[in-house]
Design a protein around this ligand. Structure first.
Ligand code: BDR
Ligand code: CA
Length: 312
């Protein structure tokens, strides 16, 4: 039995690695990729999603373009991290496979309504705009989703785009609030976890020496991405965020977390997009998410490199 998933994404080098990990894993069936404005505008994240499918030799995966801007706030992008294209690093060919004509939000709703309840997992690797819009269009999807697995937020590690907010939540806090208040089962993988998953030179060289196309392309992506993160966090300390979502589905024992309440700050200009995570359960607010606090980094990179080595 494979696990059917939708990957909602804003590639992004770390999104690309997450997508490739999913496409390399026989336990997972990728029903489609839905793209969103985030790291770069949506026409570029869509183009990058197509490039990644072709790099993985999976031209048959449908890719649907989604929201071009957040629900309420103005768009925020991160070219300074990911480069002008959002996927700077390797030179990848212009994709031959087409983008689907269906809007990503419709694909999410239609898939969740058509498939048996409790079977489809939605993985989000970018701002939560598409899922927020899907919940507004068809609130019944909340009870049909098997689970939502989201890379976003931070508690002890706070933020990476502002002192108190992580990028994916900061870009569309209103959508994040809709998702967290939807009642659907959610696993949230915040910076507290991803800041333990560091792309050291030794780990990048594992990808560089692979005898396929995907491994060296990933090394080029990580080396590009690292330039910014190393200036920020220090040498050998660049975190790899989004693949944790797929790794958690494949090997949950690599991770530890707690069921707690997560609320999203949408009002304060100072702390906009902060994830108020009740880690010590002091508020009495009901839990609405499994928040992952730590990961086994060695196990994670072993899983990732073993799977990526299987790709063309
Ligand atoms: C998140 O922000 C993006 O830049 C990355 O792709 C990741 O999803 C980390 O804060
Ligand atoms: Ca991302």
């Amino acid at each position: 039995m494979t696990l059917p998933i939708i990957i909602d994404t804003d590639p992004g080098q770390d999104d690309a690695v997450a997508i490739m990990l999913a496409l390399a894993s026989p336990e997972i069936e990728v029903l489609g990729l839905t793209t969103v404005a985030g790291n770069v505008p949506v026409h570029l994240t869509s183009m990058n999603a197509l490039k990644v499918c072709e790099l993985a030799g999976r031209q048959e995966i449908p890719v649907f373009a989604g929201a071009a801007r957040p629900l309420v706030r103005s768009p925020v992008t991160a070219e300074e991290v990911h480069g002008r294209t959002g996927l700077d690093g390797p030179i990848l060919p212009v994709p031959k496979m087409p983008l689907q004509t269906t809007y990503a939000v419709d694909f999410i709703v239609d898939t969740l309504m058509a498939r048996p309840a409790g079977t489809v997992t939605v993985c989000t690797l970018g701002p939560l705009t598409n899922l927020g819009l899907a919940l507004l269009r068809e609130p019944r999807i909340a009870t049909r989703i098997r689970q939502i697995v989201t890379m976003g937020g931070g508690y002890f590690e706070q933020g990476n785009i502002t002192p108190s907010a992580e990028f994916n939540i900061y870009v569309d806090p209103h959508a994040a609030r809709l998702v967290l208040e939807s009642g659907a089962p959610i696993t949230l993988i915040p910076l507290d976890c991803t800041h333990q998953l560091l792309t050291t030179k030794a780990r990048v060289s594992q990808f560089k020496k692979m005898q396929n196309l995907a491994g060296p392309a990933i090394a080029d992506m990580l080396e590009f991405f690292e330039r910014y993160d190393e200036a920020k966090y220090g040498p050998d300390d660049a975190p790899l965020h989004d693949p944790s979502v797929i790794a958690w589905l494949l090997e949950p024992t690599l991770f530890e977390g707690k069921l707690v309440n997560v609320s999203i700050e949408c009002e304060s200009q100072l702390t906009m997009g902060a994830t108020v995570i009740d880690w010590w359960r002091v508020t009495g607010r009901p839990h609405n998410a499994m928040v992952i606090g730590s990961a086994n980094a060695e196990g994670f990179f072993k899983l990732l490199s073993t799977r990526i080595a299987r790709l063309p």
